[in-house]
Design a binder for this molecule. Structure first.
Ligand code: MF3
Ligand code: CO
Length: 248
């Protein structure tokens, strides 16, 4: 949605602040030996203590308040008391929060202990591609300006951009118009307007871009077993670049 009035903007910004603070706090909790279920419980309690509601829970039947996707899992990994993080893993944590009717959504991939050079590079390239994409979120640009910036940077570094999932508009709903692909699709190409709230979220694989869904109906994994990273921010399109709301 396009957010123009100050009170809507304040609530949206606060939802996003809860998301950002929760992702920041999780940095202190992600370590070898912790289970993804413990991460979920920690995050949910923190979100609620700040007055927010985890919006993923129950969304299209998704069973958890956050997504925890480890190594070759791309997105929508379901937290589990049986999944223990170990040294050298990477884990993408994605969370959405509703506050006074407005929604913020962000994700980042954390290193667990010491990770490989390839994993390190994957994380750096994915995060940088998000920033290069967000830079294009300017009034008068097109969605494809974002998509193209992400795709070019990722592919020039030898990695691939996932096609099966895309970024999205948001506001009062988690998923609104327009879709924000991380690769250039062609027409129709949406015109970005000042105040439009969008989530830009590149998912980048070290190998091929193909993904498949596990038997739980949610967890997306790389088909070739390669590592995958995911960075996401919610922002408002501005006159001269984005106003990133899920950044502290
Ligand atoms: N950031 C993801 C998205 O925008 C997470 C959604 S998880 C779900 O699609 F459970 F809510 F589906
Ligand atoms: Co999202």
């Amino acid at each position: 949605m396009i957010i123009t009035n100050e009170s809507d903007k304040k609530n949206m910004a606060y939802a996003c602040r809860i998301v950002a603070e929760t992702l920041q706090s999780l940095k202190g909790i992600v370590r070898p030996g912790v289970t993804t279920k413990e991460l979920e419980l920690y995050a949910e309690e923190l979100i609620r203590s700040k007055g927010g509601i985890p919006v993923f829970k129950g969304y299209k039947g998704y069973p958890s308040g956050i997504c925890t996707s480890v190594n070759s899992q791309v997105v929508h990994g379901i937290p589990s008391a049986c999944v223990y993080l170990k040294d050298g893993d990477i884990i993408s944590i994605d969370l959405g929060v509703k506050y006074k009717g407005f929604i913020g959504d962000a994700a980042l991939t954390y290193p667990v202990g010491i990770i490989s050079d390839e994993a390190e590079s994957l994380l750096k390239v994915t995060e940088k591609s998000l920033y290069l994409g967000m830079e294009k979120a300017t009034d008068g640009n097109r969605v494809s300006d974002i998509s193209s910036a992400v795709q070019k940077y990722v592919e020039s570094n030898g990695f691939s951009v996932v096609r099966a999932f895309v970024g999205h508009g948001l506001g009062k709903n988690l998923h609104e118009e327009p879709q924000i692909p991380n690769y250039v699709v062609g027409k129709p190409d949406y015109l970005l307007k000042r105040g439009l709230a969008i989530a830009v979220e590149p998912m980048v694989n070290a190998g091929g871009y193909e993904v498949s869904i596990l038997g739980d109906g949610w967890t997306a994994v790389t088909v070739d077993g390669s590592l995958s990273a995911h960075f996401e921010h919610t922002l408002l399109v501005g006159e001269n670049g984005p106003e990133v709301l899920t950044k502290l």
